[in-house]
Ligand binder design. Structure first.
Ligand code: GDP
Ligand code: IMO
Ligand code: MG
Length: 429
């Protein structure tokens, strides 16, 4: 069986969690391969809503095993809280159901303090990070001084490494950023206690993925963040510090090219972004409130991780086509189509304009979008409530036309549309 991949095509929060939940009914392994607890993936099942930051969304299906691959960065306090939350909600979590890569890196309070200090130092040029220590943890990994999960298995050596790491971080915090130092012994105590709780979960997950694929089992890779937040291919420097795109699955799980499956891109029916950075189709004022919601619905556009209001705008098909290319998408899932009901018209950005010239593709990737103005196509809207639509013919013809246009411009078929957060609120196309 192949390796299927679910990735976000925008700036995150596309609804990957709910799509992974749908696909997980037929998966054996569900694996996170990038990012950390900057992610917030929401899955609604009946009266229960799960908000997952580290554990793959597929864990809710009892036949799956969750994997945290080597490309993930782990803040143990979040992970343990999430395990408790799941257990309290009736989901079994133990080492028979969840494995953590020995090569995944740890996030420490030092990384979180650095994240906060670096953001403060950027002043008006802030990235608007989630403050979860993601950037500093991946910096330490790339600088070859990071601390890996496997080090938790040797307590005396781990304690020494933690103390040395906090002492070194304190030098940077105090000398460079004039920030408060941390207590190295206290942090080491805390992390040694985590090591005791998490030691039994640590495994060579690359080998587990390989063995599953060899046995003919099905593996689903769950992306966190989105294509435009990719460290290499996103709106640099307003990006995260990992590779959320499909190519990131291979190094992030330690799996080779041999198991090609579906590469499923998730896009909202409009566009959102949380944090700073370019957003050509952004709308402001009342129009924004209409797309964002006011917070009265659980799905309104407020960050799952930080609660920040998300910036909103029209669907940008130039960036969507870019995501198709970067990820080699085989298909698209469009989420939150229900939110557009009631708008007289729906806008779709089909090209960019700069210096009197029109571009249907980006000349230099999305890092500098400042020269471009979006060129919109305006399509008729629809009034009908879509939340009970379950088949293509249940959708008004204007909504069908909008989806067909998304397929045409992106060059990839829309295979599924979601019309509400619940498991059954989907239309297979
Ligand atoms: P992720 O980070 O990509 O997993 O997305 P988030 O969970 O952060 O944000 C997506 C939000 O939209 C969640 O609150 C979901 O419950 C909700 N959601 C997903 N699909 C739909 C949909 O089709 N309609 C509506 N109304 N809400 C949806
Ligand atoms: P999911 O998986 C939306 C954004 C932050 C910030 C930038 C860098 O739920 O889609 P970081 O803390 O990673 O250094 O912040 O990336 N960001 C997300 N935005 N959804 C996410 O995850 C995000 N994870 C990070 O807001 O702009
Ligand atoms: Mg999210």
């Amino acid at each position: 069986m192949p390796l299927d991949i679910v990735i976000g095509t925008q700036w995150g929060d596309e609804g990957k969690g709910r799509v992974v939940d749908l696909l997980s009914s037929r998966a054996d392994l569900v694996a996170r391969y990038n990012g950390g607890d900057n992610a917030g993936h929401t899955v609604t099942v009946g009266s229960q809503t799960f908000k997952l930051h580290l554990i793959p969304s597929g864990i809710i299906h009892p036949q799956t095993t969750g994997i945290l691959g080597n490309g993930v960065v782990i803040y143990p306090a979040t992970l343990l809280a999430e395990m408790d939350m799941l257990k309290n909600m009736g989901v079994k979590v133990d080492p028979s159901r969840l494995r953590i890569s020995h090569a995944a890196h740890l996030i420490t309070p030092g990384h979180r303090a650095l994240d906060a200090a670096q953001e403060a130092a950027r002043g008006k040029d802030q990235i608007g990070t989630t403050g979860r220590g993601i950037g500093p943890a991946y910096t330490d990994k790339a600088a070859r001084r990071g601390i890996r999960m496997e080090e938790m298995l040797n307590e005396p050596a781990f304690r020494k490494r933690m103390v040395a790491h906090i002492e070194e971080t304190n030098q940077i915090l105090t000398a460079l950023y004039k920030a408060q130092p941390l207590d190295p012994e206290a942090v080491a105590d805390e992390y040694c206690a985590y090591a005791e709780q998490l030691g039994g979960y640590i495994a060579d997950t690359s080998a587990l993925v390989w063995e599953a694929l060899q046995r003919g089992q099905s593996v689903l890779a769950e992306g966190a963040q989105g294509t435009l937040l990719d460290l290499d291919h996103g709106t640099y420097p307003f990006v995260t510090s990992s590779s959320p795109t499909a190519p990131g699955v291979l190094p992030g799980l330690g799996v080779g090219f041999g198991f090609p499956g579906r590469v499923i891109g998730v896009t909202k029916a409009f566009q959102t972004r949380v944090g700073a950075g370019p957003f050509p189709t952004e709308v402001l004022g009342e129009a924004a409130t209409r797309l964002r919601g006011t917070g009265s619905n659980p799905w309104d556009e407020f960050g799952t991780t930080t609660g920040r209001p998300r910036r909103v705008g029209w669907l940008d098909a130039v960036l969507l086509r870019y995501a198709v290319r970067i990820n080699g998408l085989s298909e698209l899932v469009v989420t939150k189509l229900d939110v557009l009901s009631g708008l007289p018209t729906v806008r779709l950005c089909i090209a960019y304009r700069a210096n009197g010239k029109e571009y249907s593709d980006l000349p230099f990737g999305p890092a500098d979008l400042s020269p471009f103005e979006p060129v919109y196509e305006e399509l008729p809207g629809w009034d009908a409530d879509l939340t009970s639509a379950r088949s293509w013919s249940d959708l008004p013809k204007q909504a069908q036309a909008y989806l067909t246009r998304i397929s045409e411009i992106s060059g990839v078929e829309v295979c599924q549309v979601s019309v509400g957060p619940e498991r059954d609120q989907v239309v297979d196309v």
